[in-house]
Design a protein. Structure first.
Length: 153
């Protein structure tokens, strides 16, 4: 078994001068980055007093699942001789918030739209989404179900 270690840096940038004196005294803004890569501006979702122009953790979670699935899918297609010429995904996650303010994603639905060069391989191309879901590091780390409704052209 191989071990891989990843690091990221997070910095809260929302101190308006009073810190967290009260719930409305601070901004939810932050930055995240990994060494040698561009900084990402983040905030909480507007439902939680966040900045709607910045990415929120929930969106970043969906990005991670969607991109991990795609990368595994492309790998599996290459191994199976399926030439993918276009790949797009519209991911959607359903998060349930509890009365105490905690919550969790209950389900994520990926909707990849894939174009392949050889239409005769459409059935195999569809099946490979299941294997990609089984292989995805991020999906394997989730408590919620990660489903997909793939469309192959």
């Amino acid at each position: 078994m191989k071990t891989h270690t990843f690091q990221s840096q997070l910095k809260w940038t929302g101190n308006r001068g009073q810190g967290t004196k009260n719930y409305k005294a601070y901004d939810r803004s932050y930055t995240v980055q990994a060494e040698g890569k561009p900084t990402i501006q983040g905030s909480s979702d507007p439902a939680f007093m966040g900045d709607p122009t910045k990415y929120n953790p929930e969106e970043l979670f969906l990005f991670s699942l969607s991109s991990c699935h795609m990368l595994w899918y492309l790998h599996l297609c290459a191994v199976e001789g399926i030439i993918v010429t276009d790949y797009q995904d519209l991911a959607e996650g359903m998060m349930m918030e509890d009365t105490d303010g905690s919550g969790a994603f209950k389900e994520v639905l990926l909707r990849p739209k894939v174009t392949i060069a050889d239409p005769s391989k459409k059935e195999l191309a569809l099946q490979l989404h299941h294997k990609a879901n089984q292989m995805c590091f991020i999906a394997n780390s989730c408590k919620c179900a990660v489903k997909h409704e793939a469309l192959i052209h």
